[in-house]
Design a binder for this molecule. Structure first.
Ligand code: 5AD
Ligand code: SF4
Length: 434
């Protein structure tokens, strides 16, 4: 009987990718993945540290899993919480056997093989000189929509953000390695690849090649139907990458470009390297080459010192841009970041009020975007079961969640769908052809 591995992933898409690579490494060791933690021999929790609530989830998950796990099951905690607070979480929870920071995943097979309870618990949270990517095994499994990390880390040091401390400095993987991994994912069934990086558009290859060039190379891979990338940083956008949206059919018409705030004063305090006007100019450039492109963003409300006037400017910016989808958060003071020490912190109730107001506006824009696709025909990649029997959920080119009636054996297919209904969160449609 194969040993079983259960994985719980919190946080961003990079964490989903990292979990898949750790799974691949353990599959090579003979583990099989299970969705039932009570039968698992190894329980892996991949954690997120971006906001306070995100790290608290680790401890409620540990509590839940501690109750149901097999007696000898090992608990491995990975991810950014370990990088930030490794020793502290080992102290706080005796359930954790192994703790691994994001740059140490390649050591997991070795640590597990050597694991011996007498030796005590293991923690790895350094930034080793070697790249983990050189040591992780090839992908063993892929979903129809795969993630591929091409860049990691961040040198921007936004004043609120822990990422530069948990993921380290920027690193671009070489294009030969990326293209090889992409071909392997396609062989394993990937139809769409989402290129990932904390600053994905600052990816660079040899001889000044940028992300636009890499995407054009990827588009030549037979069997790969769709390409996406996330997350981009506004001031690192190049005209070449913007043009790729016009000349590369496989590149989907969707761009996630976080602005965070509509006030130049707040952007400066956040240490973001652009102004609102510069951001809007980039959006206009995207729309010039791809008028239908779906635009998405992240927002933070209640950053220290944010006045009603600053917040109004964020609302006004949203009114002007018209977003297809968005993510918005209350500012969360993260230990060790400059913003956590700023004097003029905003009271929780004001943050909540602003967030609700912003989300209402963003939701109405998302609904309007979805409604505008009703009666259109869109290609949808079907990737999971819907809520009801006989339904599948997929994604349109614009990244809209799309519900259709379809048999299970159509999972992983791209189908032509006539859109018949829309809400703020999804669209529904009827399959016309396969
Ligand atoms: N508080 C609130 N939101 C944050 N984000 C990052 N750090 C914080 C923080 N300290 C948000 C930003 C970023 C997204 C991934 O998370 O909007 O773009
Ligand atoms: Fe964090 Fe800013 Fe880097 Fe994004 S660009 S990961 S928000 S420091």
């Amino acid at each position: 009987m194969k040993k079983k591995l259960y994985i719980k992933t919190f946080g961003c898409q990079m964490n989903v990718y990292d979990s898949a690579r750790m799974r691949d490494a353990l599959m090579v060791l003979g583990y099989a993945e299970t969705d039932k933690p009570e039968f698992a021999d190894v329980i892996l929790i991949n954690t997120c540290h971006i906001r306070e609530k995100a790290s608290e989830k680790l401890f409620s998950e540990l509590g839940r899993l501690g109750q149901i796990k097999k007696k000898n099951a090992l608990i491995v905690v990975a991810g950014c919480v370990v990088q930030a607070d490794g020793a502290e979480i080992l102290r706080r929870s005796p359930l954790i056997d192994i703790a691994l920071g994001p740059q140490s995943y390649h050591e997991l097979p070795k640590i597990l093989t050597e694991y011996n309870r007498q030796k005590g618990r293991a923690i790895r949270a350094e930034f080793p000189a070697e790249s983990k990517f050189d040591f992780l095994p090839r992908p063993q499994k892929s979903s129809a929509n795969a993630f591929l990390a091409i860049q990691e880390g961040c040198d921007n040091f936004c004043s609120y953000c822990v990422v530069p401390y948990t993921r380290g400095c920027e690193y671009s993987r070489p294009s030969t390695e990326i293209l090889k991994e992409a071909k392997e994912l396609v062989k394993l069934g990937a139809k769409e690849i989402m290129l990932l990086g904390q600053n994905v558009n600052s990816w660079h290859g040899d001889q000044g090649r940028d992300l636009g060039d890499l995407i054009r190379d990827m588009a030549k891979i037979r069997g790969l139907k769709r390409i996406r990338y996330t997350t981009s940083y506004p001031s690192k956008m190049t005209q070449n990458l913007i043009n790729t949206h016009a000349d590369t059919k496989k590149l989907m018409p969707y761009i996630h470009l976080p602005i965070q705030s509509g006030s130049d004063r707040i952007l400066k305090a956040m240490n973001r390297q652009y102004t609102v006007a510069e951001y809007e100019k980039i959006i206009a450039q995207f729309r010039a080459v791809r008028p239908d492109i779906a635009i998405s963003s992240d927002f933070i409300v209640g950053f220290p010192g944010e006045t009603e006037g600053d917040f109004e400017q964020t609302l006004a910016l949203v009114e002007r841009v018209k977003y297809a989808s968005s993510f918005s958060f209350k500012f969360s003071a993260r230990p060790g970041t400059p913003a956590s020490l700023m004097k003029n912190q905003i009271p929780e109730d004001i943050k909540t009020k602003r967030l609700m107001k912003l989300q209402k506006l963003l939701q109405s824009q998302q609904r309007a975007f979805n409604e505008a696709t009703v009666d259109k025909e869109l290609d949808v990649l079907l990737i999971e079961r819907g809520k009801e029997n006989g339904q599948l959920l997929g994604y349109s080119p614009y990244m809209q969640g799309t519900v259709v009636k379809a048999p299970l054996n159509m999972l992983g297919e791209i189908v032509r769908v006539k859109i018949i209904g829309a809400s703020a969160t999804a669209i529904t449609g009827k399959i016309i052809t396969q």
